[in-house]
Design a protein around this ligand. Structure first.
Ligand code: NAP
Length: 470
């Protein structure tokens, strides 16, 4: 007799790929579904969980990271297992997972960045801001990046919160960062930094900037940093004035920017220069290295869709800079065997159900959450309702779900697969041991933790902890 999937007799078996906020909120939502019994396995590329909370949130935004306590609570559910250090598509394939799980959720975020598409973008010294973010946050992929901070001026292109984070880290007093969990290698280099001036370039005006007000205000609170704003940029056109009326964040931003105008004596050792209505047109170079950024002044024009667009005026200037960070958005990368929409950089879906773009058909049992679902937007909390909506689709689909074969339902089979493949997977208990190690290392220096930044280093700590447990 066929059993109902999602009951004590026939638990729903779910695999979730990724361990960031969206993935954890999906697991939490699954466990909270009334009457649903499910077993969840989380597969993650790195030994460490939490995705961008660990590898993206700025080190001086420690309080935001407290959100991981909620994820840790989810992880205590006996029906949850964590398999870190397992890369989907490389260590295990979709074909191998499909027979073992009734439903699979992709929560892989957006692993790459958008490009500006201008000449000189590949010169030495031109980087994606996301790489710099990964570097100072101890992301193992960017551990050995080398940013030459011997130049005095740097341009950051984009007006989102990532651009704000990058600019702030570049001008902050390294000694203020020394009490955070910033990666040691980054702290060391920032201590030698000669950077004095960071240009923050927005292609549209201050009303259209996507950074949020607390981030803008933080510049005014930084020791030794002047904030420079061109008063002309705050003379708003009629359409921007009109937009202000309905945009609380932009209204606050304009007030903050006007306050910055009150300081006209720039005597502090470092500065952030806001340049609105400017687009990068070319990165210029010398001997293959960035030497400048040519920018064009823009004006705003109402587009067909009613939004204000930046239109070049032909008026250009070149900023002498030694580094350019493009901070114009993250971008998803395709997963082996999973549909991908090249245009949006996301996994195509309807209400979280993965669809085949060519046919429009749903991929039965496959779902998506977070940035992989909706693109790189929103704050950490945005993912909670977003993941819940995907879980609601999963639950709604249960009556029609065929489910995996009975003989494949034993949870031990997934572990067996990883073992047979010779994978050194990391459990949540292993991660907690690594966490304890990082935190105890940090205590000696009065820091929240000292991050392990190489996978081999992480595995060493985990192995030692496992040995001392036995
Ligand atoms: P974002 O908020 O989408 O900002 C992207 C910026 O790039 C926009 O200012 C955009 O301008 C600009 N841009 C795009 N294409 C451009 C081009 N070709 N030339 C010049 N400028 C261009 O993205 P993000 O900063 O990467 O942040 C991603 C998400 O993470 C956001 O939701 C953000 O709020 C969130 N986040 C939050 C925090 C925090 O809460 N502290 C920290 C980091 C990230 P247009 O507006 O003109 O398109």
């Amino acid at each position: 007799m066929e059993q109902t999937i999602g009951t004590a007799d026939r638990p729903l078996r779910v695999a979730i790929i990724g361990a960031g906020p969206a993935a954890f909120y999906a697991v939490e939502a699954l466990f909270k579904q009334p009457g649903l019994v499910c077993q969840v396995d989380m597969l993650n590329r790195f030994p460490t969980p939490y995705g961008l909370v660990r590898e993206g949130v700025a080190p001086d935004h420690e309080s935001i990271k407290a959100v991981t306590r909620v994820y840790d609570k989810t992880a205590t559910n006996p029906n949850f297992r964590y398999f870190g250090n397992v890369t989907f598509g490389k260590d295990v394939t979709l074909e191998e997972l499909l027979p073992l799980y009734d439903q699979i959720i992709y929560g892989v975020g957006a692993q790459s960045d958008r490009r500006m598409g201008i000449p000189g973008e590949d010169l030495e010294g031109s980087f994606a801001a996301t790489v710099f973010v990964g570097w100072y946050n101890g992301h193992p992929d960017y551990r050995d990046m080398n940013f030459d901070l011997s130049c005095e001026r740097v341009a950051v292109v984009g007006n989102g919160n990532v651009a704000m984070d990058v600019a702030r880290i570049l001008v902050a007093d390294p000694e203020a960062l020394a009490s955070t969990d910033i990666a040691d290698h980054a702290l060391e280099q920032l201590r030698q930094s000669k950077v004095k001036e960071v240009y923050l370039l927005g292609r549209r005006g201050p009303v259209q900037a996507s950074f949020t007000n607390p981030e803008l205000k933080e510049f005014g609170e930084l020791e030794g940093v002047d904030v420079v704003v061109d008063p002309k940029d705050l003379e708003l056109d009629a359409a921007s004035e009109e937009n202000l009326a309905t945009d609380k964040n932009a209204t606050k931003n304009i007030l903050t920017l006007r306050r910055y105008l009150e300081n006209t004596e720039y005597t502090r050792p470092r500065r952030v220069v806001f340049k609105f209505l400017t687009s990068p047109v070319e990165i210029t170079g010398n001997d293959g290295r960035v030497s400048g950024l040519k920018i064009e002044k823009n004006r705003l024009e109402v587009g067909n869709d009613g939004t204000l667009r930046a239109i070049g005026t032909g008026q250009t200037e070149t900023l002498e800079v030694g580094l350019v960070f493009r901070s114009v958005g993250y971008r998803g990368v395709p997963l082996n065997g999973v549909p991908f929409d090249e245009k949006t950089g996301t996994i195509p879906n309807v209400a979280g159900r993965v669809i085949n773009l060519a046919t429009g058909e749903t991929q039965s049992g496959q779902y998506v959450v977070g940035w992989a679902k909706r693109g790189p937007s929103g704050i950490i909390g945005t993912n909670k309702p977003d993941s819940l909506s995907t879980v609601q689709s999963m639950v709604a689909d249960l009556p029609e779900l065929k489910g995996i074969a009975d003989e494949k339902r034993d949870p031990a089979l997934a572990e067996q697969l990883l073992k047979e493949k010779g994978l050194e997977y990391v459990t949540f208990q292993d991660w907690l041991a690594l966490n304890e190690h990082e935190v105890s290392q940090g205590k000696a220096q009065n820091r929240p933790r000292i991050k392990s930044t190489r996978v081999a280093e992480m595995l060493d700590v985990i192995r030692q902890a496992a040995t001392s447990r036995t």
